[in-house]
Write a protein that binds this ligand. Structure first.
Ligand SMILES: Nc1ncnc2c1ncn2[C@@H]1O[C@H](COP(=O)(O)OP(=O)(O)OP(=O)(O)O)[C@@H](O)[C@H]1O
Length: 644
């Protein structure tokens, strides 16, 4: 046995962290060791290109419950005594510098509480998260003898000669004792190992093999004495199984992948039982190189509106799984996109914290955003029905995308919006609406309500339709916020038809209305006074063709916004905002004549009628009335009086 040596001081600190790790993803040790094994085979392959029997290259897992040991064997390049010393005695060069800097910061008291293990190229040392003793037996073609490196972690390591003759490296992990938190013996179960390989290392290029026990029917036992079929007897057979599928689907040539394969991969990896609506598979070479395989689900994913729904793509580095739900790869408004990104430009040990600042990742994210948006644009252009199907599922996210971040992304998204309109009785883009606008129309009209049918009956909508103006129907809470974020589209301002003035009248009509209003000023003032602070104003309007009254909101908060604020959870909105209520009366409706007459004969009745009209206007707007019983009594009274 060789002399005991101490780890270099930096390594020792890292090792301490591993040995005493409270890191929750200890299982990644297997990914790290398998990845090293694969790198070692790569190196052997490249150094001996042309002379290698590629079929023999492999990685093997051997769990041994008696010894509580898990062995990972590869027939890669192996290490000489010196290499064992250099490579395993100091921490990996890639990570060492960053690690040391972080440690220096810590010493100066500036250290953030970052997840240190995830952050550095700790590779091999992660074995100490699960093992109390790590033995590495390695043989390089460059040396006659093999060597054995052994360590229990903190108290150093020994290197000695070993009788092995086969080229490559064998890493024997004697697992730590089980604790309440960690069942290390799980790593001796073949099914756990199979799952971990599938999860993290499925696409390693070389076969990862393991002997697995399976139950097989014993030949000839499926017939009884009379030759009739019966359930066969089973025996336990040990089979050598390849655990990984080796070639990632996304690395294969696009033209050679069937839709069925894409769909199956989606269902296997992203927990959906339905085929996706769209597959987007593309590669980018250049400043940053990556391949992305993205999917748009055909339906809203389960839990999509729950707080704990996680957006993001799976991240791979050269076919090795790094993490799930890398959220920085997708903007929020594309949170429905599922899929993965594989880039050789990312380090295997990159952490979430690091990703946020990673320049390469930002480039990847921006290419992905552009690609998905351009796919959606062409779907809208060329496959309208498909797009509308998509929009019914995820249009709300596109709307939130317009509204969020102070409208930062609105330019990118505005042409993907669809709204139901009065003319078309179907969904329209803003561009389509603008192209149909009347020559004299200056603004884009919209109006909000609970649903299409209710909006369609609103008095103001009837009037606009009569005058041949098209109106966008808004039925979702976020819609008005989208409109106010957009402000304009193709230099046309958005105008809430249920709010403020609409300027639809001709000069003569305006003049006539002004005259009627002046002539009836006393009556109008009286109504306003009798309604008190319920209304901000009462006025006559030409907007209403057949309806007697209507309530419009003053400038500022609209009725729809008021309703949204009112529905917010209590406490989140300490100053609920109310829209100004303006009661508008149709001077061409017979009710106005009645009011005029009553004003001369029975002012108390005017008050009653005004109350009823105001309540009616509230109902039309979808508000509750304050006192339904009083309202109903008044209506009955008026009906009875009429027949007397
Ligand atoms: N199975 C192996 N066969 C041959 N060499 C190995 C093997 N495992 C590790 N090594 C050597 O030990 C070195 C240190 O490994 P470690 O996993 O700590 O870091 P790394 O793989 O270089 O870096 P990173 O993990 O950041 O990619 C490797 O660079 C490699 O030279």
């Amino acid at each position: 046995m060789g002399r005991k040596k101490q780890f270099k001081s930096e390594s020792k600190r890292l090792l301490d962290l591993m040995v005493n790790s409270i890191y929750t993803h200890k299982e990644i040790f297997l990914r790290e060791l398998v990845s090293n094994a694969s790198d070692a085979i790569d190196k052997y392959y490249f150094e001996n290109a042309g002379h290698v029997d590629t079929t023999s290259l492999q990685i093997r897992l051997t769990p041994n419950k008696d010894d509580r040991a898990l062995t990972i064997t590869d027939n890669g390049i192996g290490m000489t005594e010196k290499e064992l010393e250099e490579n395993l005695g100091t921490i990996a060069k890639s990570g060492s510098l960053a690690f040391k800097e972080e440690m220096d910061k810590k010493d100066k008291g500036e250290n953030s509480d970052v997840d240190i293990i995830g952050q550095f190229g700790v590779g091999f040392y992660s074995a100490f998260m699960v093992a109390k003793d790590v033995t590495v037996i390695s043989k390089s073609d460059a040396e006659e003898t093999a060597h054995r490196w052994e360590s229990k972690g903190d108290d150093g390591y020994t290197i000695s000669e070993d009788p092995s003759t086969e080229r490559g490296t064998k890493i024997i992990l004697t697992l730590k004792d089980d604790t309440d938190q960690d069942q290390y013996s799980e790593y001796l179960e073949t099914y756990t190992l199979e799952n971990l390989i599938k999860k993290y290392s499925d696409y390693i290029r070389y076969p990862i093999k393991m002997e697995v026990e399976t139950q097989k029917p014993i030949p000839g036992t499926d017939k009884d004495e009379d030759g009739k079929d019966k359930a066969p007897e089973y025996e336990t057979v040990v089979e050598d199984k390849t655990l990984n599928s080796m070639v990632p689907l996304w690395k294969r040539q696009k033209s050679k992948i069937t839709q069925e394969e894409y769909n199956q991969f989606y269902k296997d990896h992203f927990f959906d039982y339905e085929d996706p609506q769209r597959v987007i598979h593309f590669s980018v070479e250049g400043n940053v190189s990556f391949t992305a395989l993205l999917y748009i689900p055909a339906r809203v994913p389960q839990g999509f509106y729950n707080q704990d729904y996680k957006k993001g793509l799976q991240l791979y580095s050269r076919g090795v799984f790094i993490m799930d739900h890398a959220e920085d790869l997708l903007p929020d408004y594309l949170r429905f996109v599922k899929g993965l990104v594989d880039s050789q430009d990312l380090s295997l040990n990159i952490s979430r914290e690091m990703l946020q600042h990673d320049h390469q990742l930002k480039l990847i994210a921006s290419r992905i955003e552009k690609k998905v948006l351009s796919e959606l644009e062409s779907m809208l252009k060329d496959e309208r029905e498909e797009y509308e199907k998509f929009y019914r599922n995820f249009g709300l996210d596109i709307k939130f995308g317009v509204y969020n971040n102070y409208g930062m992304d609105k330019e990118k998204l505005q042409d993907l919006l669809l709204f139901y309109t009065s003319n078309e009785q179907k969904l329209s883009t803003l561009d389509e609406y603008v192209s149909r606008m009347k020559e004299d129309q200056k603004e884009i009209y919209y109006i909000s309500g609970q649903d299409i049918a209710q909006i369609d009956k609103l008095p103001i909508v009837q009037t606009l339709k009569k005058k041949d103006y098209e109106v966008l129907y808004l039925t979702e809470n976020v819609d008005e916020f989208v409109m106010s974020t957009l402000g304009t589209y193709k230099e046309k301002t958005f105008k809430n038809a249920g709010q403020g003035e609409l300027d639809l009248d001709s000069d003569e009509e305006k003049e006539e209305l002004k005259n009627t209003s002046e002539a009836n000023k006393d009556l109008i003032d009286f109504i306003k006074e009798s309604l008190g602070d319920k209304v901000a104003d009462v006025k006559l309007t030409n907007k209403l063709s057949d309806d007697p009254v209507d309530l419009s909101a003053g400038e500022g908060v609209s009725f729809e916004m008021e309703k949204v604020f009112a529905n917010m959870p209590q406490g989140s909105n300490p100053f609920p905002m109310k829209a100004q209520r303006i009661l508008e009366i149709n001077p061409n409706h017979p009710i106005f004549e009645t009011l005029k007459k009553l004003y001369d004969t029975d002012k108390d009745k005017v008050k009653e009628v005004a109350d009823v009209l105001y309540d009616q206007a509230l109902l039309i707007e979808g508000f509750e009335i304050e006192d339904p019983i009083a309202y109903s009594r008044k209506i009955c009274e008026l009906l009875v009086n009429q027949n007397q």
